[in-house]
Design a protein around this ligand. Sequence first.
Ligand code: PLP
Length: 297
Amino acid sequence: MFKFVFINGKLVVENRAKISVKDRGFLYSDGLYETLRSYRGNLFMLDAHVLRLFHSLKVLKYNIPFDEEYVKSAVIKTVSKNNLSRSDAYIKIIVTRGIHSGELHFGGGYKPNLVIIADSLTPYPEVDYTEGINIISSSIRRSAIGSPLYCHKLLNYFENIFAKNEAHCNNAQEAIFLTRDHLILEGASSNIFFVRRSVVYTPPLTQNILPGVTREVVINIFRENRIKIRQKKVHYRDIINADEIFKTSSVAGIVPVKKIDRFVVAGKVPGNITSKLMKLYGDKVEYSKKKFYLRKT
Ligand code: PLP
């Protein structure tokens, strides 16, 4: 069975899907992307992903000739062309600034490339959810104020994959970034939460972390269910003494943590609040599935 990739309005067989080596995404990582997943065809939080993408495209001055509705319908077409409308799928939306004209600044009259990839989703091991994962703190330290660029899902992901590799080499599944003052920021590909005495904590967006789509869903679930959630600066010593830790991301969902560096989480894993959240998040996915199909018909 052929796989198809969406490139600038056309669905092209994967091995013929090509972008110029002069594309600024290839030359300078000058581009943005979104990763999302579907649950049996339901493109979970598609609107929020496209909204985040367009916000970044605007802030970073991409010259966009298409709108949000165009991207959403292109995603749906790509999923359908790949016969994934009823399966769990992994979707990547990529926008680059276009072919390099010689000017490094953004004013070179650039014409962006839009690429969408949809593939069947390889699920994470069940034991990650039932027993928890190991995480480590990355050797990469960010400054206390970070950089506003960390708020965007840039194609330049080297720092993140470097940290992921550190995790891999240390028998862990995720690495988290800290500031030089040992404040917690975010995971290499996730947002981080922990629970202490029935209160949930997560670092605030003012620390220049990615405004995770799942982070937002989770914060809303806590608010709707009157579980105390605080977005505040948190220190490494707070997380190593936490009752529960979990990470969030669009592809993996809610994943409990059993160990951070050499510190084992003392309580049961997943803990009570994490288990409750996993259930409520599952309900949200189910509910949005119904809404998604109604919208499509
Ligand atoms: N933080 C970083 C650095 C990420 O790369 C990701 C996702 O890949 C996240 C957080 C989680 O974001 P989302 O929930 O939108 O997938």
